[in-house]
Design a protein around this ligand. Structure first.
Ligand SMILES: Nc1ncnc2c1ncn2[C@@H]1O[C@H](COP(=O)(O)OP(=O)(O)OP(=O)(O)O)[C@@H](O)[C@H]1O
Length: 595
């Protein structure tokens, strides 16, 4: 997985990678040459008293060192650059993929895990790439070159090398095999800590309200303890490796000096040759240590690559982000792009038709919606009412294809919604979601999500209609007032009114309101509904509501019960024909004496 991912990512940086390899080769060639030159200086220069040889070879050594430094600098610069670009590309791809995913696909991974994958996991892969660029190409050349040159210096003494290399490889294999499962578990534990932290930050007031701080602190402490334990285990293994290697290295150096000393005494080896031999032995060991370090980092990077690739491999159930080719936006609408102009007074609607629609959440045994058929015409308002969990939001989410129906057909002006490009389809709609979500930034920034080219006057007009102008005017900086993440700093009703203003800024054909007035008092709700009449006059409006008073005037009301469309008709018709509707109405309206 890691190799495949790296190969794919590096294919874009072929020239830089080749340049890196050449620079590393230059560096390594220098490393391999220097001990031989040093040996010649000792044996042919110092021992024979030849100053010209010392100066000539010394000059070569200095020149090689300069080239080595330049190559090291170039390789470091290029390696870091390519690694950073790989990280950038991975984060960009992950972000784009998450944007395409449906809410089910996101929840299958979990938001905290997706955040960890896009940050920590990418960072691990990036770190591994830097290591590979600095070490992996150099290590085999240095190791093999070192062995050849050591054997050339003294074949008999090279037996030491043959003895230590398998020992080092054995140590490395044992440790790496224990590290892989630890790293895999570690990444999952990071997900766990992030999840608990996120829950505790978002739900801080609930935790305080139910005096659960102690319990939550214990939950976090346990997750933290497990992560620390896991990190300690892997750190101990990595830390234990270095002394083991040093013992092997030092023992082999002692053996070389011991045998080399005897060879010099016997006159079969020169002092310079022994110095070079020791230098080559150290280079071989250094090469093995470099490779080991890469192989030790590889398991964690491999686990991270697996997790990142897992996200990148998701084929979104709702496919087709782009506008379908050759498709013209609908006349009179700004479909396909967020509408650029003034609020949507008079945007022409489109006929929405559901024919025997069925929907089941992935993995669920029974469908949450079945046999849903109705038609919502342009210029009309369709309301959906039903008990909690009856499938109202799910039904609404099918239209912009946040979810895809598993049976039946949904059409817009007679055309199956699956034949539209996703951007085009969603560009024809404006949604006020059940959770009034705002983004960190300013009030104006949030509103212009729906209409980037809207003027301040357009924004104020939309705010007036959603009864939000008064409170925005009172905010420090008005339209440019800061909004916290999710709408922090604003009340639920204020957020809801800003979301309504945002939606009506769009010249949409279809407006979807998912319980969008729930945080407003009756008087404000009535004023907002009244003010929206000119905007929504010709559009197709579908409203989910809990309160009968909000939907009594709708052209048709759909009564959902346990995912089935139990009845449909006007308020008066349903009062006569639907028991469920009558019960809801009686429970809400009887006390007010309404019809
Ligand atoms: N992501 C999901 N995965 C599985 N089941 C889900 C998911 N989201 C909702 N459900 C289930 O689908 C059913 C319908 O949910 P939905 O949110 O559409 O109901 P609703 O009528 O809008 O409820 P409410 O009025 O409380 O918002 C519920 O039983 C719910 O448990």
């Amino acid at each position: 997985m890691l190799i495949g991912l790296m190969r794919r990512l590096l294919s874009e940086h072929r020239a830089a990678v080749w340049a890196l390899i050449v620079l590393q080769m230059l560096q390594t060639a220098g490393n391999l040459l220097l001990p031989t030159l040093n040996a010649s200086i000792i044996d042919d220069g110092i021992l024979l008293g030849r100053q010209d040889v010392i100066l000539r070879l010394g000059g070569w050594m200095a020149a090689i060192s300069v080239v080595q430094v330049a190559a090291a600098l170039g390789a470091g610069y290029l390696g870091a650059g390519v690694a950073m670009k790989i990280g950038h590309r991975l984060r960009r791809d992950l972000f784009a993929k998450v944007q395409e995913m449906s809410s089910q696909e996101v929840s299958a991974f979990g938001a905290p895990s997706l955040v960890t994958r896009a940050t920590n996991d990418v960072q691990q892969i990036q770190t591994f790439a830097v290591l590979v660029f600095t070490m992996l190409a150099a290590a085999p050349v240095m190791g093999i070159g070192g062995i050849i040159l050591a054997v050339q210096q003294d074949a008999a003494l090279s037996v030491v090398v043959i003895a230590i290399v398998p020992l080092l490889v054995l140590i490395m294999t044992v440790i790496v095999r224990r590290l892989i499962p630890l790293y895999r578990q570690g990444q999952a534990l990071i997900d766990g800590v992030t999840r608990i932290l996120r829950e505790q930050i978002i739900g801080a007031s609930v935790i305080r309200a139910f005096v659960r701080q102690g319990h939550e602190a214990a939950r976090f402490a346990e997750a933290n303890r497990q992560l620390t334990g896991n990190n300690l285990q892997s750190a101990l293994l990595v830390a234990g490796m270095l002394p083991m290697i040093m013992i092997v290295v030092n023992l082999s150096s002692v053996a070389v000096v011991w045998f080399g000393g005897h060879l010099i005494q016997a006159g079969s080896m020169q002092v310079g040759a022994l110095t070079a031999f020791i230098a080559y032995i150290l280079q071989i060991l250094l090469a093995i240590m470099m490779a080991m370090y890469v192989f030790m980092t590889a398991p964690r990077a491999a686990v991270c690559a697996e997790r990142v690739q897992g996200v990148l491999d998701v084929v979104p159930a709702v496919a087709g982000m782009e506008t379908a080719e050759g498709e013209a936006p609908a006349a009179g609408s700004a479909a396909g792009t967020p509408s650029a102009g003034a609020p949507a007074a008079g945007a022409p609607g489109a006929t929405v038709e559901f024919r025997d629609v069925v929907f089941a959440y992935p993995g669920a045994e029974t469908p949450v919606l079945g046999g849903i058929s109705f038609t919502a015409r342009a210029g009309s308002t369709t309301a959906i009412i039903g008990s909690t969990g009856s499938g109202k939001s799910t039904l609404l989410n099918l239209l912009p294809r946040f979810l895809d129906a598993v049976g039946g057909e949904i059409s817009l002006d007679g055309r199956d919604i699956r034949t539209f490009g996703l951007d085009d389809l969603r560009g024809r709609m404006a949604v006020v979601p059940q959770q009034a979500y705002l983004f960190s930034g300013t009030v104006a920034g949030n509103l212009r999500m729906a209409a980037p080219a809207a003027t301040d006057e357009d924004l104020w007009q939309a705010l007036r209609r959603s009864q939000a102008d008064d409170f925005v005017r009172r905010l420090p900086n008005g339209l440019n007032a800061a909004v916290g993440q999710g709408g922090a700093g604003l009340s639920g009703g204020q957020r809801q009114r800003l979301c309504i203003a945002r939606a009506i800024l769009r010249k949409a054909q279809v407006f979807l309101f998912d319980d969008s007035y729930s945080a407003l008092d009756y008087a404000t709700e009535a004023s907002v509904r009244q003010a929206l009449v000119p905007v929504l006059e010709t559009a197709t409006v579908i409203v989910v509501a809990e309160r009968i008073a909000s939907i009594m005037d709708a052209d048709q009301i759909l009564v959902l019960n346990d995912g089935r469309l139990e009845a449909q008709g006007t308020h008066a018709h349903l009062l006569r024909t639907s028991r469920t509707y009558r019960e809801i109405a009686e429970s809400q309206l009887a006390m007010n004496g309404l019809p």
